[in-house]
Design a protein around this ligand. Structure first.
Ligand code: NAD
Length: 245
């Protein structure tokens, strides 16, 4: 479904992003993963290679626009075009507001919001030039209802939805579609890091009776990246087993 499309996936070294990379490769995209460290990027590329897939990877600081612009220019020079951007890198939080420092809050916004803005700003000129492109953002079910602690995380994901809907309107006339996927609780390291007391009550509220697997989420990204979603833009697609917390 993505034959010869060039896709950049941030946070592509593990969890949801790694599975998006895998499902895009299965569908014949050319995949470039971004991670936070050289070692994790190399490890992810090695795992993909073991499965028979050839991808490339970088580890720019997503808070640094100039660094990103340089790397993105290099990708454009190498492949000739950039068709799909998946802004997936993100960190979570679970402290009460009294325990959340100004720096904690800033750190989340820097990656989850500023990083997304920086990546998008770097890629859009090439998509405009091609009059073609797909931008996909990883939101969260907490972007709809908030959560009872770790306020920076839902705040950042509300911003993700705002950026998604606004850029869909701004870029539609350039044939660039912008959508987000809002996963529910998904079986990744991010969830493993959260306290049991937070996760177990959540699972009880999920009508499908289980947490999501990375593949459940990656398939939604595949749909939105593919021509099957040619008239879908500005959408926040919940993929959460109907969890409503
Ligand atoms: P994960 O912790 O398994 O993976 C996070 C990815 O982000 C990694 O590839 C990591 O390299 C990258 N990353 C982390 N910090 C970074 C930094 N400072 N700079 C660059 N990259 C960095 O998490 P995941 O569960 O796969 O989460 C991926 C996305 O899905 C996030 O945006 C998260 O908010 C969202 N999400 C996850 C869940 C869930 O339950 N797991 C639910 C809803 C939304």
């Amino acid at each position: 479904m993505l034959k010869d499309k060039v896709a950049i996936i941030t946070g592509g070294t593990r969890g949801i992003g790694f599975e998006i990379a895998r499902v895009f490769l299965e569908n014949h995209a050319k995949v470039v993963i971004f991670g936070s460290k050289k070692e994790s990027v190399n490890q992810a590329l090695a795992s993909l290679r073991e499965e028979g897939y050839d991808a490339s990877g970088y580890y720019p600081n997503l808070s640094d626009f100039n660094q990103i612009a340089q790397v993105v220019q290099g990708i454009k020079d190498k492949y000739g075009h950039i068709d799909i951007l998946v802004n997936n890198a993100g960190i979570s939080a679970n402290k009460k507001i009294e325990d959340t420092t100004v720096e904690d809050f800033q750190k989340i916004m820097d990656l989850n919001v500023n990083g997304m803005f920086n990546m998008t700003k770097a890629v859009v000129p090439f998509m405009k030039e091609a009059h073609d492109g797909v931008i996909l953002n990883t939101s969260s079910m907490v972007s709809i209802y908030g959560q009872p602690s770790g306020v920076g995380y839902p705040t950042s994901k509300f911003a993700v939805n705002g950026m998604t809907k606004s850029l869909a309107r701004e870029l539609g006339s350039f044939n660039i579609r912008v959508n987000a996927v809002a996963p529910g609780v998904t079986n990744t390291d991010m969830v493993a890091a959260l306290p049991k007391e937070m996760i177990e009550p959540l699972i009880k509220t999920i009508p499908l009776g289980r947490i999501g697997q990375p593949r459940d989420i990656a398939n939604a990204f595949l749909f939105l990246a593919s021509p099957l979603a040619s008239y879908v833009t500005g959408e926040i697609l919940s993929v959460d087993g109907a969890a409503r917390s």
